[in-house]
Design a protein around this ligand. Structure first.
Ligand code: PLP
Length: 356
């Protein structure tokens, strides 16, 4: 990326030699992504993030088909905020938006799509894997159901790209930073023949679907991250080995694991009964363990994750949920050490609450 940040300032849309080189660097990255995604290079639209890609898919499709006979949009209730929060806007365009109930692991069953779909549905939005629980949905089947009814299907594959094969669906959002690329660059795969209305308007970049001078360095970094992921054939096995070792190391402190039918290799989603996630995260941070919960802070209080509430969890359990994720460089030793520090945090927190 460095030359494109420090020395080579040419605008890829210009005609002189340096500009053509910038264009070629973008095209190289586009080809790499296309190979990894199993799509045509021309089907990739670079965006500023996974969020923008999802917005373009959902809002752009809604704008392009406004006022038509298809006036319903189906969204899985466990989608990322970048999809869920489009709802009021879609409704203001005149669409009826329905949130589809998800399973206890936050995956969406094809049956739920089958039940809700009809020939008045424009778009189905359902993610490949949930970012909190790690649960993977059967998106090939969801695409088939959507197609049978003439609806478009948008799949947020931000969590799976680089780890699992990407399903051949109509619209796919991905983001570079989830596979060690730079932050602030994403892409939307738009299959030939589908044309969302642009949500950023100006020049004719990205097949007239996303105006604005391209982020050349970000795109080059995205391409390199994808190439490195494609060449790292043992990445998934290493990541899941670290996760499994971590989970085995927790057996003495009785975690309640979230049972997923199928899950991401690097995700461990669990809770400790009676121990709220917020205090656990503070204790874990003090012990040098970076973990997450789906909870969001709003007006000074911690709100349980919308994903877990949608999945039917009681609020008390949702407030206990913790997410641990493992990366391509997490060693087994680190995984064992992390488990031992989690056990330490649980013991500390349990004895502090017993005294209180
Ligand atoms: C499932 C999912 N979708 C979308 C996004 C948004 O991607 P970005 O951070 O590139 O905007 C994220 C980010 O964490 C995510 O996990």
């Amino acid at each position: 990326m460095l030359p494109w940040l420090a020395e080579r300032f040419h605008n890829p849309s210009s005609l002189y030699a340096g500009a053509r080189e910038a264009r070629m660097a973008i095209d190289d990255a586009r080809d790499t992504l296309a190979e990894a995604l199993g799509c045509l290079s021309g089907e990739i639209v670079f965006t500023s993030s996974g969020t923008e890609a999802a917005n373009l898919a959902v809002i752009g499709t809604a704008l392009a088909n406004r006022g038509g006979a298809r006036n319903r949009i189906l969204i899985s209730a466990a989608e990322h905020h970048c999809v869920i929060h489009t709802r009021p806007l879609l409704e203001s365009f005149g669409y009826r938006v329905e949130l589809l109930a998800v399973e206890r692991d936050a995956s969406l069953s094809p049956g739920a799509v089958e039940e809700a779909i009809g020939d008045d549905v424009l778009l189905v939005a359902a993610m490949h894997a949930n970012n909190e629980t790690g649960a993977i949905s059967d998106v090939e089947r969801i695409q088939a159901i959507a197609r049978e009814h003439g609806a478009l299907y948008f799949c947020d594959a931000v969590q799976t790209f680089g780890l699992l094969p990407t399903p051949p669906v109509d619209l796919i959002a991905i983001s570079a930073h989830k596979l060690y690329g730079p932050k602030g660059i994403g892409a939307l795969v738009v299959r030939a023949g589908i044309k969302p209305q642009p949500t950023i308007i100006g020049g004719g970049q990205e097949r007239e679907m996303r105006a604005g001078t391209e982020n050349v360095a970000g795109i080059v970094g995205f391409g390199t991250a994808v190439r490195l992921a494609m060449n790292d054939e043992h990445r998934v096995a290493r990541i899941s080995a670290a996760r499994d070792r971590f989970e085995a190391g927790l057996s003495s402190i009785s975690p309640v694991f979230t049972q997923c039918t199928s899950r991401l290799p690097g995700h461990s989603h669990l809770r400790f009964s009676g121990l709220d996630a917020e205090s656990m995260l503070i204790n874990l941070d003090l012990l040098g363990v970076d973990a997450g919960s789906g909870a969001a802070c709003s007006s000074g209080s911690i709100e349980p994750s919308h994903v877990l509430l949608a999945a039917g969890w009681p609020e008390s359990e949702a407030k206990e949920a913790l997410r641990f994720t493992f990366g391509k460089d997490t060693s087994l030793t680190e995984a064992v050490e992390a488990a031992s520090r989690v056990a330490q945090a649980v013991r500390r927190y349990s004895s502090a609450s017993a005294k209180a």
